[in-house]
Design a protein around this ligand. Structure first.
Ligand code: NAD
Length: 272
């Protein structure tokens, strides 16, 4: 397997991220677009994936099963649903493929199943593949260490388009986890995901989450550190899905040929 020019297949190629990924792989000289997979039985099977993505004919037809292109790719990029992703992981474990997983909304049990494949599959798994968001996570760690135990209340606010199915976003949860870890808190104990009715004043150590779903918002996240007299807000705004797609392609190039293991974007970007 080549380290510089991996052959990439995209699962969920007809989806919002799938189509953007076709575009991103096409623009990357050090990667080859090797296949696109649509849902089993989909009428889109056989369609040119460049035409699906609106970038013109590429001569690669969508298929509706991974098995149909098993010999054609090195790395599978998967932005679909938790159950589909876990099925694809089992396939990649069996066939010696690497994976880049952007799917969000995995339950604790599904995360444990994903982890169970880490000894056989080299994978990059990140709720947000944008370089800017991953740098933001580093900034949050620094801010939390400096402010968190000095009477600053921490709130995470996120906004996404009307079609998003999970809440809060995987990125918002990751931001909460990073802040909690920097303060020796546990998000399971200190995360507050709902406030309604007579819920009383906030606890000093809680980390609150608020979710907005509207229109075509690509993805916005703010972490607020607020105390009496001032507040600091660290915000990331994605204006195009291309930022996630480019990060995913970078991850695919990085993970091709690596040892099995579950890596994050901090590994890809060398941020640790
Ligand atoms: P989407 O619904 O537009 O696309 C999902 C696609 O997967 C659909 O086209 C669907 O037909 C396809 N699919 C479902 N089952 C399949 C199967 N068995 N085989 C092949 N294809 C199948 O959703 P989206 O907006 O593209 O988001 C997908 C996922 O990616 C979500 O979990 C979302 O939260 C996540 N996401 C992650 C990042 C990141 O940076 N990590 C960024 C954006 C979105």
């Amino acid at each position: 397997m080549s380290r510089t020019a991996p052959r990439i297949a995209i699962v969920g190629v007809a989806g919002r991220m799938g189509r953007t990924l076709v575009n991103a792989v096409e623009q990357e000289p050090d990667a080859a677009l090797a296949g696109g997979i649509v849902e089993p039985g989909s009428t889109l099977a056989g369609t040119d994936i460049g035409e699906l993505a609106g970038v013109g004919r590429l001569g690669v037809q969508a298929v509706d099963s991974l098995a149909a292109i098993v010999d054609d790719f090195d790395v599978l990029i998967d932005f679909t649903t938790p159950q589909v992703t876990l099925g694809n992981l089992a396939f990649c474990a069996e066939h010696g493929k690497a994976m880049v997983i952007g799917t969000t909304g995995l339950s604790d049990d599904e995360l444990a199943q994903l982890d169970g494949h880490a000894d056989r599959v080299p994978m990059v798994f990140a709720p947000n593949m944008s370089v800017g968001v991953n740098l933001t996570l580093k900034l949050l760690e620094t801010a939390a260490r400096a402010l968190g135990d000095e009477g600053y209340d921490i709130e995470v606010i996120e906004a996404h388009h009307r079609h998003k199915v999970d809440a809060p976003s995987g990125t918002a949860l990751r931001m909460g986890e990073v802040v909690a870890a920097a303060l020796d808190r546990n998000l399971k104990d200190h995360g507050v995901f709902e406030r309604v009715g007579q819920c009383g004043p906030r606890d000093a150590k809680e980390i609150g989450f608020a979710t907005v779903r509207a229109g075509d918002i690509v993805g916005e996240h703010t972490v607020m550190f607020a105390t009496e007299g001032e507040r600091i807000e660290i915000t990331h705004k994605a204006s195009s899905r291309m930022t996630f797609a480019k990060g995913a392609v970078r991850a695919a190039r990085w993970v091709a040929g690596r040892e099995a293991g579950c890596y994050g974007m901090a590994d890809v970007l060398n941020l640790d």
